[in-house]
Design a protein around this ligand. Sequence first.
Ligand code: CP
Ligand code: NVA
Length: 309
Amino acid sequence: MVKHLISILDVEDKIRDLLDLALEIKEKTRIGERYAPMEGQTLGMIFEKPSTRTRLSFEVGAVQLGAQAIYMSRNDLQMGRGETISDTSRVMSRYLDIIMYRAFDHCNVIKLAENSTVPVINALDDLEHPCQALADLLTIYEKKIRFEDLKLAYLGDGNNVCNSLLLASAAVGLDISIATPPNHGPNEKIIKEAMRMAERTHAEINIINSPREAIMNADIIYTDTWVSMGDESETCDRISTFTPYQVNGDMAALADEEYIFMHCLPAHRGQEVTDSVMDSNNSVVFDQAENRLHIQKAIMVYLLGLVDL
Ligand code: CP
Ligand code: NVA
C-alpha cells in the first residue's frame, strides 16, 4: 500500500522512529557523508500558496538525497484552469516518484492522495501542517532531550500549525496548553483525536482562553501568525482580537526560566511576537527552520519505503 503523510495521524506510531532517522540523516549531512537513496527519482512540488522554508527545504532535501525536484505553481498547471485533482494526480503519478502539495483545502490534499499511486505529502493546508509539527518535535527533542514532564504553551490562533502540533504532542506524551480567543480554538475533530492518543501517552491537554494560564511555567513557548494565508480579509479584526495573546517579555517571564521560544515562521514581529523574545537567547526559531530539511528527508525516505521503520 502507498504511504502518505496527510495528517500527523498517518504517522502517529512512527514519530519516534522518524525523529531517530532524521537525527541520523542530519549527522550524515553534518559530517559530509553522502546519503542518496533517492538517486534517479523525482519529487513534484505543487504550491497554491507562497513559501520560503517549505519550498527550499524540500527542494534542497531532494537534491541531497540524490533526487531532483520540480516546482509547480497551481496557476501554471491545468488544475488552475479546471482539470480535476483526481485526473491531475493520476497523470502526475505516471511521471513522479513522490508528490508534495501545499493547498488551501485539506479535502484536495486527500483527493490528490486517493488518486495517486505514489506517496503524497501535505506541505500545509487549512487544517494541518504535519511536516512543521514533526520538525518542531525534532527541535524540542534536541533542545530538551525528552518529551515527558515538559509543558508546551501555544498562544494565538488555533490554526493548521496548532492542530498538527496538538496531535504531535499528544502522540509523544508532551503536555500542551493552548490559549486562543473564544471561537479561534483548534479543530474539534483534531482535539478528539488528540484526547484519544493522550489516553495512551498520558499527555496533558488544556484548551483554554487565558494566555497567562497557558504560559505559566511552560518549558516551550510557541506562537504563529494571527493571519494565516487565506485569512487576509480578516486582518484588522484579528489583530485586535489576538493582541492579548502576544508573546512579549512580560508574558515570557511567566514561563520557566529555561524556556525555549518557537515559531514556524514567517513571524510578524510586533504582532504575535516581539523582537525581544524572537531575538533572545531562548529563541530556537532558526534551528527549528533548519530541522524542516532533516525531518522531511526522513519523511521522504520512509514514505518511499527506502528504509524500514
Ligand atoms: N513554516 C513554513 O511552512 O514556512 P513557509 O511558508 O515559508 O514554507
Ligand atoms: N498558519 C500559517 C503558517 C505559515 C507557515 C499559514 O497557514 O499561513
